[in-house]
Design a protein around this ligand. Structure first.
Ligand code: PGA
Length: 259
């Protein structure tokens, strides 16, 4: 059974104080989980510290970014091998905040995805449309374009054992969550597309949703098994709310698996 992957994306937030105050609480809830697995994605500088604190637990580490170079004169960058060295498992690639505020384009994101996979970490490819693109019914096109851009420099097998996170840009941090029917539609569309290119790997791809996930709006995600995880930003920064959310997801999955 694939466990439901909950990633706490702290973005540009956190401190030693925040970690010391909250990590034991996350570790405690993690011990009670059967259906979910937790991963923490802090800013780079805290990865190593957290890695030491989560040793001997099933909590994993996710990096928020990576460079396309392996070494050399690239001031300010971090390589995939460095992430591997300090125990990172997943790397978020192409988050819309990197596309928008750091001008990361579709080609650069494709290179990062391929590199991360080739060097043995698991890339999480974030794809999704803006409100304008949604209005113009371009969601499928936008998502498939990103996948095709990766296929231009690699082949479909690169997606084996990776994660695709559907994160509508208009939903991130906005308080507006996407309708499950729309999420279902786009995930099925992507799955069908990948299946048409390779029938084997689809079962090894995780599909996550991200964008304003909170305690009050997730019920409709658990009417059927369409997604394998959430990327959670804002709520993961308030530990009380994060714990309530994890408990609710765990309970929903328990009920779903019984039905
Ligand atoms: P949010 O962020 O939960 O604050 O909308 C999600 C994300 O950016 O991955």
């Amino acid at each position: 059974m694939k466990k439901f992957l909950i990633i706490a994306n702290w973005k540009l937030n956190g401190s030693y104080n925040f970690i010391d105050k909250n990590l034991n609480i996350i570790k405690k809830i993690n011990n009670s989980l059967n259906y979910c697995q937790l991963s923490i994605s802090p800013p780079y500088v805290y990865l190593n510290y957290i890695n030491n604190l989560i040793k001997n637990t099933s909590i994993s580490l996710t990096a928020q970014n990576v460079d396309i170079h392996l070494k050399g004169s690239f001031t300010g960058e971090i390589s995939v091998n460095m992430l591997k060295d300090i125990g990172v498992k997943y790397v978020i690639i192409g988050h819309s905040e990197r596309r928008i505020y750091h001008n990361e384009d579709i080609d650069l994101i494709s290179k990062k995805f391929v590199l991360v996979k080739k060097y043995g970490l698991i890339p999480i490819l974030c794809i999704g449309e803006t409100a304008e693109q949604k209005k113009n019914k371009l969601t499928e096109k936008i998502c498939i374009n990103q996948i095709n851009s990766i296929l231009k420099i690699s082949n479909i097998k690169i997606f084996n054992n990776t994660i695709i996170a559907y994160e509508p840009i208009w939903a991130i941090g906005s308080g507006k969550i996407a309708d499950i029917n729309e999420v279902k539609k786009i995930i099925l569309f992507i799955k069908k597309y990948i299946f048409s290119l390779n029938k084997e790997i689809i079962k090894n791809i995780y599909f996550q949703y991200g964008g304003s996930v909170n305690f009050f709006n997730i019920n409709h995600f658990f009417t059927k098994k369409y997604i394998n995880g959430f990327l959670i930003g804002k709520v993961s920064l308030t530990i009380k709310d994060f714990v309530l959310l994890i408990e609710k997801i765990e309970k929903s999955l328990y009920l779903l698996n019984r039905s």
